[in-house]
Design a protein around this ligand. Structure first.
Ligand code: N01
Length: 583
């Protein structure tokens, strides 16, 4: 008789590792641990693998990092046998890829679908996690690995009288599997983030009329999607290992021709040529044009003005173009969007832009949406209103560590982690791409591979020495949080009301959550920590403390900083109390 994941999850002996989530992170973690001889299982809330690509099925959904780089590199055969059809793969193809990976490595036999983890309590005496799911029987595991995704829980945003609305309501993040046909309908969409920017052009082609409710415009760059350019494919095919290594050895985990030139020291005609070249290339390449745009407001303004010009070029009504131009945050301080035909969509006669800053949204009526100016009638409304990012999936679990301490209390003033991987007081709990790691500032799949491999190495090291638990020390966690702040404070990133800052969720502590020091630097730090016998971690065997390293000293040396930027950096670090005031 076949044994299912469900049967083995209820064994009396604790399993080695329970992984929560069967997205790319959970799938690779399972594969890696199984290969190392661990008894690992996965629970997944959805009915299939794919995580982000399982849930976000809205029209136009596709990846914003080139597919040649947004795919697994851990297995050469997998890499060789899969061919992406486009530069930026669409969601259905990404889901097929996830399914292919699951099939190829026979993952599903260890995944229990349609199951949510509701609680996980650390049992100090037994040195195990007692995990409760909504599927019934509790699970005991030595290690609990949260592969729950950074953008997996939609915000709880609601609107007055939403329940009175008689039409259909769709959320981009929970799109019906059978799809939606908007033909002949009057459709409204709330939000203008990446999800909306990708779906609007497609919905506009289908719907009779589309009304877009915008509160804050975003920067969006053209994907110039299509078949993978031959030169790019050849650069990859020549040596996929080297290509992958080059992607990982970058700040963002993808190749971006990052320049060291300063915009403020470059002649205007050279700036224009460089920005045009990168705009024509498409996607995030423009982010790497100049080294000072992420720090110096004057340099950032140059790119802002360039993009404003591009919006004016694409949108025929100057008033609409002006409304679509971001003015409240520097370029790159919210995750920029990558679109296919977004701005041109506003030239269609069936598309209308409503500026919620001028006419705030009052609520819903049975017919549609009411603003302070008028009521708009719709057959269907789409909510593209975003996610409770980075912490949402974790703090919805009743997670309790040593002494019953709740993660929610530990994170009351913002998420605290060591290396974005472990939390003080929560032994044997790992987060993949958790807060305090580069995660959402990078090509996620390269971040995922780094995390999975580091966690797997850590579990092997523990097993070899028969150690039963590992836990971040309070001191190392505090030092890491300080380093996370040091990494972001010199930049303009904290200046936007972004989901990176928790600003899109009322009551959420304002704190820049991801690590902005770069994937390459971060990887080096994690490797150093491991090489120093897991510096900053407390390691136990039963109730015996085996090693107690409380410090974190593995800071990387500061890279070379252009002299011109030093005063800004010093001023920001000093103002934040992260550097003593110069006498
Ligand atoms: O969410 P968002 P998203 N009334 O938070 C508006 C990734 N992603 O799902 O800015 C009116 O960016 C809100 O307005 P404002 C990517 O990392 C990647 O689009 O708060 N409006 C905003 O316009 C991305 O950054 C891809 O003023 C309200 C929008 O809703 C992240 O996911 C594709 C409102 C939310 O935008 C999140 O993107 C999609 C209210 N009460 C997503 N509440 C790829 O390309 C919210 N809004 C791979």
């Amino acid at each position: 008789m076949a044994v299912s994941a469900k049967d083995t999850l209820t064994e009396r002996q604790p399993i080695d590792a329970l992984i929560v989530g069967a997205g790319f992170a959970g799938m690779y973690m399972l594969h890696k641990l199984r290969g190392l001889g661990f008894n690992a299982k996965v629970v997944e809330a959805g009915s299939g693998v794919g995580g982000t690509w399982y849930w976000n099925r809205y029209p136009g959904a596709r990846v914003d990092i080139q597919s040649l780089e947004y795919s697994f590199g851990f297995d050469e055969e997998l890499e060789q046998e899969w061919r992406w059809s486009e530069r930026y793969a669409p969601q259905p193809e990404l889901l097929r890829y996830a399914e292919h990976v699951a099939e190829r490595f026979d993952l599903k036999r260890d995944i229990q679908f349609n199951t949510k983890v509701t609680a996980a309590h650390w049992d100090e005496a037994g040195q195990v996690w007692n995990v409760q799911t909504d599927a019934g029987d509790p699970v005991r595991c030595r290690h609990l690995i949260l592969a729950t995704g950074c953008l997996s829980i939609p915000t709880d945003v609601t609107f007055p009288d939403l329940d009175t609305y008689k039409g259909d309501i769709y959320r981009t993040s929970r799109w019906p599997h059978e799809g939606v046909d908007f033909s002949g309908m009057r459709v409204g969409i709330i939000g203008t983030g990446s999800s909306a920017i990708q779906s609007i052009p497609i919905i506009a082609q289908q719907a009779d009329h589309l009304t877009i409710f915008q509160r804050t415009p975003n920067y969006s760059m053209p994907a110039h999607n299509g078949p993978i350019p031959q030169a790019d494919f050849e650069a990859w095919a020549k040596d996929p290992r080297a290509y992958r290594a080059a992607s990982k050895d970058t700040v963002g985990g993808f190749q971006n021709e990052a320049s060291e030139a300063l915009a403020t020291e470059t002649a205007p005609e050279e700036i224009k040529a460089e920005l045009e070249r990168r705009w024509a290339w498409g996607g995030f390449r423009i982010l790497g044009a100049f080294a000072d745009t992420s720090i110096d407001p004057e340099a950032n303004r140059i790119v802002q003005d360039f993009i404003a010009g591009k919006i004016r070029e694409q949108v025929s009504d100057p008033a609409v173009a002006d409304l679509l131009t971001p003015k409240d945050h520097p370029f790159g301080t919210k995750r920029p969007c990558v679109d296919t035909g977004y701005y041109a969509t506003f030239n269609r006669p069936n598309v209308e832009l409503v500026n919620l800053r001028a006419e705030p949204l009052v609520g819903f009526t049975p017919e549609g949406i009411e603003t302070s100016a008028k009521t708009y009638a719709f057959d269907a409304v789409v909510l593209a209103t975003g996610f409770d990012a980075m912490t949402g999936a974790i703090d919805r679990i009743d997670l309790r560590g040593v002494g019953g301490r709740r993660i929610k209390d530990h994170w009351a003033e913002g998420p605290r982690t060591y290396l974005g991987v472990m939390v003080a007081g929560f032994p044997n709990l790992f987060t993949i791409t958790g807060p305090g790691s580069p995660s959402v500032l990078t090509n996620m799949i390269n971040s995922i591979e780094q995390h999975v491999e580091w966690i797997a190495d850590c579990l092997v090291a523990l097993k070899q020495r028969q150690q039963t638990s590992i836990e971040a020390s309070e001191e190392a966690e505090a030092a890491w949080c300080r380093h996370v702040a040091e990494a972001v404070t010199p930049s303009l990133l904290p200046q936007a009301n972004s989901w990176y800052m928790g600003a899109n969720v009322p009551g959420k502590p304002r704190m820049f959550m991801p690590y902005a020091g770069g994937l390459n630097t971060y990887t080096e730090i994690c490797n150093q920590v491991a090489a120093k016998d897991y510096e900053g971690f407390i390691i136990r065997q039963g109730d015996r403390m085996l090693s107690e390293s409380r410090t974190f000293t593995s800071h990387p040396p500061m890279g070379e900083i252009p002299e011109k930027l030093m005063p800004i950096i010093v001023e920001r670090l000093t103002a934040a109390g992260l550097m003593p005031s110069p006498e």
